[in-house]
Design a protein around this ligand. Structure first.
Ligand code: APR
Ligand code: PHB
Length: 391
């Protein structure tokens, strides 16, 4: 098998890249180790920056998003039983975000790819990327019980944190930056209308809580829990009791309960692999970087990477100049580190680390008060949340 761009992984990064290349008349093959049902069911985050939503629209993949997605013009910060709304358009010159689940983005892109695009192989596991430093990189993979080779002009590793692409970059050339957090998120889906019409980020002495949603009828809620918590250890009523405590306000707001349909625990880490390119191998999305979910940046970073790659390859084909491809890693990393900074800030602003001192608790509250009382501080949050420019 031969293609111009071999794409490993059919998460949002790989799928959006295949679509962008298809629209530019560049052929690709996508290899995905899991089956279609698994990819379409996996629960992930659900906030699209305005730039990400615009890219999906321009790629012809925004129709259902525009019909079913929910435009959000702000979030609420909750601390010390008080509520503070951050007004995105008012602070950023009109920007907002879109609540539309990552699984839905993936479903839309898969349907388009199967209907109009190049090959998308499920249950096709990449085993290794070979000759990444040459003009003829190859992906060795296993599909339907047979080993095969995909010969490419370029390989893009969109295979997530646990993928194989990153391993093809010689360790001597790379630097890894990492931080783990001593807590995770217990996430639930519940068949109950969200108790607030915007997302609520709550800081509480018992730990962080987040109210989000998937639709006007389905709530998505999270609780900070100790690292390694077994989701089965939490009974449904215990989860609601704890959410209620952490969201408590001094006014008459209350949390509506409903049947919990799914429960899982997500670990939290910050991770950056530099560089994001070696020869003709490019890394995109979680394969190159992870952010803790507090700022909802994971999917948006993945989109930024593949937009940058697609533009650079089109530039190369139109002008013969490799300059944008050569700058890929640097271009992406500037945006990646801004998202790392923001995600870290949001995480440390809102979570209670085990063993946190009273001094640290007061500092968190002072940081929150600062956002609530200074337009400059609030604008900083709103700009980062609604997203930095692409490319
Ligand atoms: N061969 C083929 N496919 C692979 C391999 C492999 N060896 N290893 C992993 N994959 C597939 C996974 O099954 C998954 O479908 O690569 C895909 C990676 O997708 P994601 O983990 O979703 O990563 P990415 O596309 O970069 O999306 C960015 O945004 O919300 C965040 O972390 C969240 O996944 C999200 C991310
Ligand atoms: C989600 O809806 O899953 C979600 C929303 C906001 C975040 C993280 C996750 O910051």
């Amino acid at each position: 098998m031969r293609t111009t761009v071999g794409i490993i992984g059919a998460g949002p990064a790989g799928l959006l890249l295949a679509r962008l290349l298809h629209n530019a008349g560049i052929d690709s093959v996508v290899l995905e180790s899991r089956d279609r049902a698994y990819v379409e069911r996996r629960q992930r985050a659900g906030i699209l920056e305005q730039g990400t939503a615009d890219v999906l629209r321009a790629a012809g993949a925004g129709e259902r998003m525009d019909r079913e997605g929910l435009r959000h013009d702000g979030i609420e910060l909750r601390f010390d039983r008080t509520r503070h709304r951050v007004d995105f358009p008012g602070l950023t010159g009109g920007r907002s975000v879109m609540v539309y689940a990552q699984t839905e983005v993936c479903k839309d892109l898969i349907a388009l790819q199967l209907r109009e695009g190049g090959p998308l192989l499920f249950e096709a596991e990449a085993l290794a990327v070979e000759d990444a430093g040459t003009d003829t990189p190859r992906v060795r993979f296993r599909h339907e019980g047979r080993e095969d080779v995909l010969e490419c002009s370029y390989v893009v590793g969109c295979d997530g944190f646990w993928g194989v692409a990153r391993k093809a970059i010689p360790a001597g050339l790379t630097q890894v930056f990492e931080r783990t957090y001593p807590f995770g998120w217990l996430g639930i889906l519940a068949d109950v209308p969200p108790s607030h019409d915007e997302l609520v980020y709550a800081r509480h002495d018992r730990g962080f809580a987040l109210l989000s949603m998937r639709s006007p009828a389905v709530s998505r809620l999270y609780l900070q829990v100790p690292e390694g918590t077994d989701p089965g250890a939490w009974a449904d009523e215990e989860i609601w009791d704890e959410l209620e405590r952490r969201f408590e306000t001094a006014d008459d707001w209350y949390l509506q309960r409903g049947p919990i349909t799914q429960k899982s625990v997500t670990p939290m880490r910050s991770f950056v692999h530099e560089p994001m390119r070696h020869g003709r191998l490019f890394l995109a999305g979680d394969a190159a970087h992870i952010v803790p979910p507090t700022g909802a940046k994971g999917l948006n970073l993945a989109a930024g990477d593949v937009v940058t790659f697609a533009r650079a390859l089109v530039h190369r084909q139109e002008t013969g100049s490799p300059e944008l491809l050569d700058a890929y890693s640097q271009t992406c990393l500037r945006r990646v580190w801004q998202a790392e900074r923001f995600s870290y800030d949001m995480t440390t602003l809102l979570h209670r680390a085990p063993g946190a001192t009273p001094f640290e608790d007061r500092l968190q509250l002072a940081r929150l008060e600062r956002i609530a009382s200074s337009r400059a501080a609030e604008t900083d949050l709103a700009e980062a949340y609604t997203g930095f420019p692409f490319g």
